[in-house]
Write a protein that binds this ligand. Sequence first.
Ligand code: HEC
Length: 263
Amino acid sequence: MKLVKNIAIALTAAAAFAGASFGAGADKHPMQMEWEFEGPFGKMDMSSAQRGWQVYKQVCSACHSLKYFRFRNLADLGYEEDMIKAWAAEYEVAGEIDDAGDPTVRAARPEDAFPSPFPNDNAARASNGGALPPDLSLMAKARHDGPNYIYSLLVGYEDAPAGRDMPAGKQYNPYFKGGAISMAPPLAEGIVEYEDGTAATPEQMAKDVTNFLMYVAEPKLTARHHMGLKVLLFLGILTIILYFSMKKIWKPVKSGKNFYEDK
Ligand code: HEC
């Protein structure tokens, strides 16, 4: 009896732990969206990722860096070198130390990573109510259920439930751990005017910027899936060849003939 009781206690504790860690302290689990890149044969929706780059550039880059993504990586997203150079030049990065020993800044070049708009973390915190806007390069992979999480976070702002006090400068967002986030809702209807004419609703922009951030976190996703497909094809053909070779080799044995006497 004691053993049964102990097992029951252990199971309850494990379930409670699993629940707590899965939810990571947020009120709601991320919405489950359909993404073209999902599944073994999924591929990146390039036009959505391109629109997402527009959203990142015009909205998110005011606070967030992409320190593992270089401007030249935009070439794989389908942009020409001239455009990439011009975009890079809109950002400033640390330059050489000058002759007087002072730090300088220079325009970014395609080989530079997307800089933070703030000179350092303290300055970033000071401008954001004490919270640091995290680097977004790996966000799509770093958070549990990353793409669904980013999407839900961006469109999931709500009025705080009755009786829940929000600290000054924080917004209620049930998808964020603890429910109170220091990022004001970044997306509003029409904040971006898409070059391809797509209507810029908050849902559309959230989807597009999520695709872009997935692309940033894994630029070779489509290539990796293609390689997986090739490997599967190869293994399939190999299986067929092996199957028929096996049949041929074992034929004399199966038909009851003595393999050695036949020779
Ligand atoms: C005005 C500044 C500002 C803008 C613009 C902004 N953010 Fe944020 N963001 C923040 C701050 C500050 C935090 C940290 C919030 C906290 O810790 O409470 C944050 C946090 C986040 C997080 C991380 C949540 C987590 O789990 O830690 C994600 C994802 C995010 N932002 C995505 C975006 C995207 C995508 C955009 C553009 C559509 C964007 N942000 C625009 C300031 C901003």
